[in-house]
Design a protein. Structure first.
Ligand SMILES: [Zn+2]
Length: 94
């Protein structure tokens, strides 16, 4: 498995890498970019799926991560990784 580059931006909701540009950032209500969340999680100033629990988010993302040839990760390790990472992100931190 590849080392993650922590210098790039990470979505504070789903934990996905957002690269170094604002291309994948979510949009605020005024049309500006939100540096904390990706365009899948955050749109027009709100979460696209506000009812989602952290566990549901993990199950949603695991298949995508497992299919990602760049990540080269099994479904089990993807789930483990998310279970470790997501509780530290802004959206899920208590
Ligand atoms: Zn996201």
């Amino acid at each position: 498995m590849k080392e993650f580059d922590m210098n790039q931006q990470w979505c504070q909701s789903c934990g996905m890498p957002m690269g170094y540009t604002d291309e994948y950032l979510g949009t605020n209500a005024d049309g500006s970019k939100n540096p904390d969340y990706c365009s899948h999680c955050w749109k027009d100033g709100q979460f696209t799926s506000p009812e989602l629990t952290m566990e549901q988010m993990i199950e949603l993302c695991v298949p995508y991560m497992a299919q990602d040839s760049e990540l080269d990760i099994t479904e089990a390790s993807a789930r483990q990784l998310m279970q470790e990472t997501l509780p530290k992100l802004k959206r899920w931190k208590k």
